[in-house]
Design a protein around this ligand. Structure first.
Ligand SMILES: [Cu+2]
Length: 279
């Protein structure tokens, strides 16, 4: 089937309208702390690190777009101006020092421009500030256990709750943290390698048996934030979500008091249930 110029034009216009609708209507689909239908962007940032990741992502996106369009323009120029018909007698030029220096120096400068914010972001992620609270997250087949050594040393298991929303992200016992506090996450694996990841916090770190890995976040918004195990860890890899409830200081203190009683015997239980779950 051949299309007339008018038809092609109308199709391109249709595509552009859909693209624009997605770009401007996208915010309507966004939901805090969890994925949303038709989402094509990063989840909304809830920590300074994720804000910087989002900035860096957008910065690279526009940089790549400009470079790609520039190369496209050059290619079109070559095709149109220098094909055999419009340019029957080609130039014999083989070198142009100025252009060669320019196409070496300019890409180097662009790469330096990428490297500076990239390294700044890496240092921010890896250089853990003085922590207000440490939580140990242990990945198990197939759920997470959270220990609060700073708040009375209780530990509890967090399992997928199939009756809870959002689907496949809701859990029975959420990890609870205070807002605007530096939370250090120490993570390890009890059986195989898992990965502790929360997109809106901008964290993802492997939970490796026999190792203690560290990362951190400072949630600046209250609410529910969800993540998932992000390392293929076995048959129920997709069913061990991470749910974090960010609350104010008073609510956190009240939760700690309740959790101390509720999970008083948790460490022994969690060890037994780890064995049972692995059967
Ligand atoms: Cu896992």
């Amino acid at each position: 089937m051949t299309m007339s110029k008018g038809q092609i034009g109308r199709r391109l216009l249709g595509l552009a309208v859909v693209g624009a609708a997605l770009a401007f209507g996208g915010a309507a689909f966004a939901e805090q702390g969890q994925p949303a239908p038709w989402e094509y962007k990063l989840q909304e940032a809830a920590t300074p690190v994720m804000e910087n990741i989002t900035w860096f992502h957008n910065f690279l996106f526009w940089l790549i777009t400009i470079i790609t369009l520039f190369v496209l323009v050059l290619l079109v120029l070559v095709v149109v101006k220098f094909n055999a018909k419009s340019n029957p007698v080609p130039s014999k030029t083989t070198h142009n020092t100025l252009i060669e220096v320019a196409w070496t120096i300019i890409p180097v400068l662009i790469l330096v421009g990428i490297a500076v914010p990239s390294f700044r972001l890496l240092f921010q992620e890896l250089d853990i500030p003085k922590a207000d609270l440490t939580i140990k997250a242990t990945g198990k087949q197939w759920y997470w256990s959270y220990a609060y050594p700073d708040n009375g040393k209780f530990e509890f298991d967090s399992l997928l709750a199939s009756d809870k929303q959002p689907r496949l992200l809701g859990v029975d016992n959420e990890m609870v943290v205070p807002v605007n506090k530096v939370i250090r996450i120490q993570t390890t694996g009890a059986d195989v390698i898992h990965s502790f990841a929360i997109p809106s916090f901008g964290i993802k770190i492997d939970s490796v048996p026999g190792r203690l890995n560290e990362t951190w976040f400072k949630a600046t918004k209250v609410g529910m934030f969800y993540g998932q195990c992000s390392e293929l860890c076995g048959k129920d890899h997709a069913f061990m979500p991470i749910a974090v409830r960010v609350v104010n200081d008073q609510e956190f203190a009240a939760w700690v008091e309740g959790a101390k009683k509720k999970f008083a015997t948790a460490p022994a239980n969690s060890f037994a249930s780890a064995g049972a779950a692995a059967q």
